[in-house]
Write a protein that binds this ligand. Structure first.
Ligand SMILES: Cc1cc2nc3c(=O)[nH]c(=O)nc-3n(C[C@H](O)[C@H](O)[C@H](O)COP(=O)(O)OP(=O)(O)OC[C@H]3O[C@@H](n4cnc5c(N)ncnc54)[C@H](O)[C@@H]3O)c2cc1C
Length: 398
């Protein structure tokens, strides 16, 4: 058995939004918590565009006017492959653009203030169950014991497999690339989304205003050269803008794994596939599930055997109760959407154009299940289904 100094109730791997929230909640329940981050500074490097709905922010108990806030957003403008854009916009702001580095640092500070120990430049490389309990090997070879380990180490994590769980289908990760653009024409209060095989096959490109003349412009795509697609888009839309920074990242669209716990182990956030398959957005879901994971981990750490496992199992039920139904519908929408030809996309957008006010009324950035169901029930969308099926078959063989 190790010394008390390397024995914790809860060790959280990864100081992203999910890991910080888990560490914060577990600390608030008086657990002895260690928060590990492999990079020297929490929040860096950041690959994220930082779009969160105001409702989602509220779900995380966060304020729109905080150190991490950049700009309030009123809606979105969709550019179909051909033809005029469609704007979905509300009078009041609906979303916040945030500085992701500052958000993670804000949350990590809260976790530390609540009692968590933060260790940066420390990579967790291996999870093992031993006769001494649960053991995590760190990059430099030292080991820590923990009653419960929370894996919040993001896309590509291998810890779940070591704990006897499946991982999300990492083959379904889409490569993404993003520029911080400056010297742009004046930016409005909507995000812009660009669709089509010439722009971002199987996904979309985005422009997220961050200031008066600046934006995060990026894309992810199922195939092709993401850099070429992005350079072409910038040339077409903002020829006078300058690139201030470039970031690449992995957009996850695989959906969640079927089980998120095993004895002494919880997986949360991107590492568990807790991401909207339609957009790759995971700040709100990952953060909220992180809270649930932290509460469950602290309770499980204070119990043994079956009693302890009850809390971990309960975490898995609670997060699925909250997001499971919407994730299933978003997964279906993603599958239908991913193989659409430009012609079918144009037709689909023309149906959306006819239903803008309903989307403005009923749409929810985080819980998209309801609006997806309503749109799929439209006669004009149903009439497109044979085309969608034909596109899907073509996509498989292309
Ligand atoms: C280009 C792009 C744009 C995006 N835009 C948005 C958006 O606008 N809105 C939105 O909601 N979502 C967006 N996302 C998704 C969002 O960034 C993720 O869903 C979210 O970051 C998941 O949080 P997480 O805490 O699970 O993982 P992460 O944020 O990835 O955090 C994991 C942390 O663990 C650390 N780590 C990894 N391995 C180890 C290890 N072995 N030991 C110790 N530390 C480790 C990492 O350094 C990192 O700090 C975007 C993603 C990409 C790629």
């Amino acid at each position: 058995m190790g010394s008390p100094s390397d024995h914790y109730d809860v060790v959280t791997v990864g100081a992203g939004v999910a890991g910080c929230e888990a560490a914060l909640e577990a600390s608030k329940k008086n657990a002895r918590v260690l928060l590990l981050e492999e990079h020297p500074q929490v929040g860096l490097p950041s690959h994220c565009s930082g779009v969160v709905s105001l409702k989602g922010l509220e779900l995380l108990g966060l304020e729109a006017h905080s150190s991490f806030s950049q700009k309030l957003i009123h809606g979105a403008r969709f550019y179909p492959p051909h033809g005029e854009p469609i704007e979905v916009r509300k009078k009041a702001p609906v979303a916040l653009i945030l500085n992701r580095m500052k958000l993670d640092q804000f949350l990590a500070k809260q976790a530390v203030a609540a009692g968590a120990e933060l260790r940066v430049k420390t990579r967790a490389s291996k999870f093992q169950r031993t006769s001494d309990g649960n053991l995590l090997t760190l990059g430099e070879g030292s080991k820590v014991h923990s009653e419960i380990i929370v894996d919040a180490s993001g896309a590509g994590s291998r810890l779940p497999e070591q704990a006897g769980l499946q991982s999300p289908d990492w083959a379904q990760i889409l490569p993404g690339l993003q520029y911080e653009l400056v010297d742009m024409k004046e930016q409005g209060e909507v995000v812009e989304l660009f669709f089509g095989s010439k722009r971002a096959p199987g996904f979309f490109a985005w422009s997220i205003p961050t200031g008066k003349n600046s934006a995060r412009v990026g894309l992810a795509s199922k195939k092709g050269n993401v850099k070429k697609f992005l350079d072409d888009l910038v040339k077409e839309q903002w020829p006078k803008a300058a690139v201030d920074a470039t970031k690449s990242g992995s957009v996850l669209v695989a959906g969640p794994i079927s089980r998120c716990w095993s004895p002494g182990f919880i997986v949360v956030g991107d590492a568990a596939g807790q991401v909207k398959q339609t957009t790759g957005g995971g700040i709100v879901m990952g953060g909220y599930c992180g809270k649930l994971a932290g509460i469950a981990a602290a309770s499980a750490a204070a119990h043994h055997g079956e009693e302890s496992e009850r809390f971990l199992r309960n975490y898995d039920s609670l997060w699925r109760e909250k997001f499971g139904s919407d994730l299933r519908k978003m997964g279906l929408a993603r599958k239908l959407f991913a193989g659409l030809s430009d012609e079918t996309l144009d037709r689909l957008f023309s149906v959306l154009r006819d239903n803008v006010s309903e989307i403005e009324e009923e749409g929810d950035m985080d819980f998209q299940g309801k609006i997806i169901t309503r749109m799929l029930k439209k006669r004009k969308v149903a009439a497109l289904l044979p085309r969608v099926a034909a596109d899907a078959v073509k996509a498989i063989f292309s």
